[in-house]
Ligand binder design. Structure first.
Ligand code: AMP
Length: 546
């Protein structure tokens, strides 16, 4: 082989950070605080504070290369500082998903061997529920609600105030020259089949993912954008939008812990947001607020709104475009794909289609972005035809697709010939458009968050009056899906909906609780005796829509 003669320049996040400091000091960061006032800072201040944090991490907290440093936080600027300082000192940023049950959070933080956690002041009660389960944890640093305001209430013994931690530190930090394949970020899947599994992103994988989502073909992120990542920074890196915004020097707007439509619409209008990203539940709320008061918000600055995490209903995409002139871009991805895998763009040769055909393309999951490859296979692993009809499991590969989990779990998700098995059942048409028809794993996805049906069933089946319980995803107008339990009672036994709910209360996060308990004669089964969830969805999938 004749080797090319180009420089071996590592693809790391340090480059994005230093580039922002060098060129984009005047760009702005806005965080909506708890009381809905705004905290504004420049990229210059952000870069200086990130340097201070790097000094504090290495000198005060003793963080070494490869150490896992966790965050338990909503979207805000100090969280962004952690997003860069932690990986760029050579440590690993571990974002904890605050919507999970404390037992799961404890499992994840222990499995990740987190040594320090940066926690929002408002989330300290949640941290207290699992802190004792994490033997490796030696320090808690607390993000204040308002970084510019003095602290009003004292912190618990031994906890550090983030602002105090960085205050006396120099803003200059000698960033180490990192290997591009060194680990940068750890994100856990939500444990739908067994325990949550860790996905360990590298600097290189994040850098490449960032460049590809920034391209005009995908999200088209540039310096003149104003970006609102509604999708949380604690779930799949907010789809990489914080990295892309810093790489481009775009103005960033953070919603803090606010997810209600009115606050988000106020922010979009006031800050002249050009690009926002979120799960369908968020956009359903925003569309109905816009429908109710179409003249209240001026969204003329909005370029496109990315939607993903679960399927975007065609009526939603259509509603935004026909009633409000707003464009939605549908994307598919997973924690294991960092997350963007496919995007629903309309290829030039298909743009002449009828409005129905164009809507069907926009509502599909689209086709793989550059550097990601897609195929679908049957149970024997045979690669299937792209005919728009044959269903099979979607498999992907590419430089930001996991090749194994952190730890040795889930080996069966990786094929011998180097593909990742997504667990999504799809068709692929002749143009390459993927359409998700089902999920092989039957989890319930409520407002963008997974709920494991199996764990709920196991708990319900512990009730003395319950013979069988099958939890399935019923369609929901707001949350997209909600769990509903089909219950077969033991002969001669009785139980009410309220008694069943009470029997599992406190064992799960509140949003896991089934919305309904349906008492049925039998639960349909597959040929191998497993609950046939697709049949349950056919029979009762609409019970919450009435
Ligand atoms: P997570 O790892 O929590 O982000 O969940 C990934 C899963 O969410 C995928 O395997 C899909 O089942 C589902 N998902 C993500 N995006 C979409 C989409 N656009 N349409 C349908 N399902 C989606």
């Amino acid at each position: 082989m004749l080797t090319g003669r180009m420089m071996d320049f590592p693809l790391t996040l340090t480059h994005f950070l230093e580039r922002a400091r060098t060129f984009f000091g005047k760009s702005e960061l806005v965080t909506c605080l708890v009381d809905k006032t705004e905290c504004r800072m420049s990229y210059e201040e952000f870069s200086a504070r990130t340097g201070k944090l790097a000094n504090a991490l290495t000198h005060k907290l003793g963080i070494k290369a490869g150490d896992r440093v966790a965050t338990l936080a909503f979207n805000h600027q100090p969280h962004l500082e952690a997003y860069f300082a932690i990986p760029c000192v050579g440590a690993v940023l571990h974002t904890l998903n605050l919507r999970l049950h404390p037992t799961e959070l404890g499992y994840i933080a222990k499995h990740g061997e987190d040594v320090v956690v940066f926690c929002d002041e408002a989330l300290l009660p949640l941290l207290e529920k699992f802190r004792a389960d994490v033997p490796s944890l030696r320090k808690v640093v607390v993000f204040r609600n308002d970084p510019k305001a003095p602290r009003s209430t004292p912190l618990p013994e031994g906890f550090l105030d983030y602002e105090d931690l960085i205050a006396g530190e120099p803003s200059h930090f000698d960033w180490p020259r990192l290997e591009e394949n060194s680990a940068a970020m750890l994100c856990y899947t939500s444990g739908t089949t067994g325990n949550p599994k860790g996905v360990l992103y590298s600097h290189r994988s994040i850098a490449l993912h960032t460049l590809v989502i920034m391209s005009r073909e995908n999200m088209g992120i540039a310096g003149d954008d104003v970006i609102l990542p509604v999708v949380p920074m604690f779930h799949a890196a907010a789809w990489g939008t914080p990295f892309a915004a810093v790489a481009a020097g775009s103005k960033l707007v953070f919603g803090g812990g606010h997810f209600d439509a009115v606050t988000l619409l106020d922010l979009m209008a006031k800050e002249r947001v050009t690009f926002a990203a979120g799960v369908p539940t968020i956009w359903i709320g925003i569309l109905s607020a816009l429908d109710a008061e179409p003249k209240r918000w001026d969204l003329s600055s909005m370029r496109t709104m990315a939607i993903g995490g679960s399927a975007a209903p065609p009526a939603l995409i259509d509603g935004f475009s026909t009633r409000h002139g707003l464009e939605v871009t549908h994307a598919w991805g997973m924690t294991e794909t960092q997350p963007v895998g496919t995007m629903a763009r309309i290829k030039p040769n298909l743009r002449g289609g009828s409005p129905e055909q164009l809507l069907a393309l926009r509502a599909s999951q689209g086709f793989a972005v550059t550097f990601v490859e897609q195929r679908h296979t049957d149970e024997t692993g045979k690669v299937l035809a792209w005919d728009g009809e044959t269903m099979g499991e979607l498999e992907v590969r590419g430089p930001w697709v996991a090749k194994s989990y952190f730890g040795d779990e889930g080996k069966d998700r990786f094929t011998a010939d180097g593909w990742f098995k997504t667990g999504d059942v799809v068709t692929i048409d002749a143009e390459g458009y993927v359409r998700i028809t089902d999920r092989s794993k039957d989890v319930v996805k409520s407002g963008g968050e997974w709920i494991s049906s199996v764990q709920l069933e196991n708990a319900l089946m512990a009730h003395p009056a319950v013979l069988e319980a099958a939890v399935f995803a019923a369609r929901h107008p707001k949350w997209d899906e909600r769990p509903v339990a089909a219950i077969v009672l033991r002969p001669g036994k009785a139980a009410t909906e309220a008694e069943l709910a009470a029997s599992i209360e406190g064992k799960f996060a509140k949003y896991w609780m089934p919305d309904r308990f349906l008492f049925v004669e039998t639960i349909p089964r597959t040929s191998t005796g497993k609950f046939l969830k697709s049949r349950l969805r056919e029979l009762y999938g609409e019970v919450l829509m009435k």
